[in-house]
Design a protein around this ligand. Sequence first.
Ligand code: PLP
Length: 394
Amino acid sequence: MISEKMKELVKGNSVIREMFEEGKKLKAIYGEENVFDFSLGNPNVAAPQEVNDAIIKIAQSEDTCFLHGYMSNAGYEDVRDKIANSINNKFSTRFSLKNIIMTSGAASGLNIVLKTILNPKDEVVVFAPYFSEYNNYIQNYDGIVTKVEPNVQNFEPNIEQFKEKINYKTKAVLINTPNNPTGIVYSEEILKKITNIMSQKEKEYKHPIYLISDEPYREIVYDNIEIPYVTKYYNNTIIVYSYSKSLSLPGERIGYVVIPNELDNSGEMIEAVTIANRILGFVNAPSLMQRVLLYCLESKTDVESYKKNRDLLYSIITENKFECIKPQGAFYLFVKTPIQDDKEFCNIAKKYNILVVPGSSFACPGYVRIAYCVSNKMIERSRQAFKQLATEFK
Ligand code: PLP
């Protein structure tokens, strides 16, 4: 018998599972070429050549026992040192290897941080729309999700409501920029507003409130937009980074957490997060992938190809009079549904073999997410289907 808690979680996961099954069914009936599956955030750009070259080089040159062995739970010192230097060069920060803990992607980074800081019933503020797994991650440690309603004007955080929602039980505020599902990049101004409020509240409540910045899409930005490095604005910041999207390695599970010296009791936090890596069963980040990073830290994914997809899809969506804000990063378009019921809209879209995810899965009903990490040809082929879909609402 599965646990009561797990039963609830299984129920909550059915939307995505149903969509996956639906996609398989449609492809079997109509053929791969005629189904427009925009449901998943799986990069369609291959990992840079340097990654494969590094894997071969490492496998041929490094001592195999060392390569496939356990290491310190925080990860290899030389890898962490190189990452710290790379961040310092880009953002004028002053991290050392001790501030970096290697993780099995952002998912494990978020889990080890939340495991470390949450007592039961502690609250974590999230800004809708947000990545739905946050609900699971927070509930894993009996935390409470405090949702700030979406600001549909521009999808930046709703600051007025944030002021109302933050309270004595708030242990952390979780942000994600560039954002899944909107593609919005939070401006420096908005980050300053959030962190100013948090600083005031820390003083008022006399305990730390952590800002957790989930950044798997940091490298995927368009039009020369800068993404501020949040540790500059607020001492109690923890950065969660991942190579899943930046090097197209989601199945390899590699990322890191940054815990700055400026964070309250930083040493204790670093030690606890490192131990959480072990006790949650991740133990350490995958060894081979850590070694690969030594050669690939400055490698880049093909952002131009995502930009080409964004521009094409945005033009198809808007020429059919659907409303949407042009994303500045990540690889998602968040589109207002012409009917309020976003799930019904997804069902209607399926008639034209278009698969998209309802906004209610991101705590923002009345919208759908279209993931454009797909081939440019598929987007082009979907043009007619979107045109037909639009006629349903004329
Ligand atoms: N956070 C956000 C906002 C995401 O979109 C994802 C994956 O899609 C993750 C975290 C998890 O990423 P990872 O593969 O690094 O665990």
